[in-house]
Design a protein around this ligand. Structure first.
Ligand code: FAD
Ligand code: UDP
Length: 369
């Protein structure tokens, strides 16, 4: 008999498994996939740690989370600086003085601010949606070239129908600084995320290819309590309706060349290019293999965003009004399940970054330990 059955071997599940095991609890971790790691899973191909479910750059302001994970792995000094490609014109991201200079020829921060002030005049009152929020932050020119097309491809919805908070994730700076994140700590686990999760799970028993919902009765019988990190609506058999997600499809290519685009991420911000971005995985580790040697080949992934349907991998929760309300109805049901704790990006239907998932899992697990 186990104290905890942990459904999902992603970051939430692995953090809970580690803390609870250290507190003397007996845990069993299961995952329906054939590997651990959830969406941070990396696989080594030709010496390159490939981010199989999309680019993952760890960044946080939480010293607690950084120190906790650093006990399991070393982070390298990677700083995310994606490039935007708009019909062949290249712009620096996030929005900063390099971007403003390329867009308008402005040279000083005051000139850039003046340009934005002039363009944001069209928005009166508080921004009511993503479009208005974006124009208020960076003006219409940048909205049209670097935001509108990318966002509508990414979310499959008009910018007027999307919540403002999505774009507020991105920094706007009046300095020459291409660091995509405002975080004290940032990096990629040396050796890949799978290694990190492997180290976190340590000797905890893991069963892969095991779907909880298909074997619920039998699996529930194995443990006193369950920590469930799968989709909350699936747990309840979609009885109140289906929560919407965005899914991502990857087209991968191994190329016999040393470099394809010279950067880890290039975003294609026009509406016509069908993919949202191209990831060149080797640059997360500076093009070197584990011995520090240059890798002669390269591996790229084109990302295509699509609406999720049953059977697809759910990637991004769509936290608009309709879905947020449905989630709260499911949450009410979840609160009545005495034996089950719901957690993580799918269990809580939240657009969590990795560090937020770990922080939340630490809080939950420490309270149970
Ligand atoms: P998951 O990793 O999804 O793990 C849940 C696990 O539960 C999965 O392995 C799944 O197979 C399993 N499961 C589900 N249902 C069942 C079932 N019925 N039975 C058994 N197992 C089940 N965050 C960042 O901080 N930086 C980034 O750069 C970043 N980039 C991202 C890029 C993409 C494309 C996406 C989609 C997300 C990105 N994130 C990023 C967010 C990050 O992936 C998540 O915050 C984190 O991985 C969530 O961990 P989790 O354990 O909650 O969920
Ligand atoms: N975004 C954009 N242009 C870009 C990059 C991002 O308009 O080149 C917008 C888009 O709406 C996206 C949001 O900013 O959903 C947040 O971007 P982020 O890179 O944080 O998204 P994620 O890492 O979750 O894919």
């Amino acid at each position: 008999m186990y104290d905890y059955l942990i459904v999902g071997a992603g970051l939430f599940g692995a953090t809970c498994a580690d803390i609870l095991t250290k507190a003397g609890k007996k845990c069993l971790v299961i995952d329906k996939r054939n590997h651990i790691g959830g969406n941070v899973y990396t696989e080594k191909i030709e010496g390159i740690n490939v981010h199989k479910y999309g680019a993952h750059i760890f960044h946080t302001n939480s010293k607690e989370v950084w120190d906790y994970l650093s006990d399991f792995i070393t982070f390298n000094r990677f700083t995310n600086s994606p490039v935007a490609n708009y019909k062949g014109e290249l712009y620096s991201l996030p929005f900063n003085m390099y971007t403003f200079n390329k867009m308008w020829g402005v040279v000083t921060p005051d000139e850039a601010r003046a340009k934005i002030e002039e363009q944001k005049k069209e928005i009166t009152g508080g921004p009511k949606n993503l479009e208005e929020q974006a124009i208020s932050l960076v003006g219409r020119d940048i909205y049209e070239k670097l935001i509108k097309g990318y966002t509508e491809k990414q979310w499959g919805r008009d910018c007027k129908d999307l919540p403002a908070f999505i774009i507020k994730r991105l920094p706007v700076r009046f300095t020459f600084d291409n660091n995509y994140f405002n975080a004290l700590y940032q990096g990629i686990p040396v050796g890949g995320y799978t290694k990190l999760i492997e180290n976190m799970l340590g000797d905890v028993e893991v069963r892969l290819n095991t779907d909880y919902l298909q074997n619920k009765k039998e699996l529930d019988g194995l443990a006193d309590k369950v920590i469930y990190t799968g989709p909350i609506d699936a747990y309840f058999g979609f009885s109140l309706g289906t929560l919407e997600y965005r899914s991502v499809r990857f087209e991968n290519e191994l190329l016999n060349s040393e470099s394809f685009q010279g950067n880890a991420a290039v975003n294609y911000t026009d509406r016509e290019t069908p993919w949202t971005r191209i990831i060149e995985h080797k640059w997360f580790e500076f093009g070197k293999d584990e011995n520090g040697d240059d890798i002669p080949k390269t591996y790229i992934s084109r990302e295509y965003s699509s609406e999720w349907k049953k059977g697809d991998e759910p990637y991004y929760p769509v936290n608009d009004e309709k879905n947020s309300k449905l989630y709260l109805d499911y949450k009410e049901l979840a609160d009545k399940e005495d034996k089950v704790i719901f957690g993580g990006r799918l269990g809580e239907y939240k657009y969590y970054d990795m560090d937020q998932v770990v922080l939340k899992a630490l809080e939950v697990a420490k309270a149970l330990a």
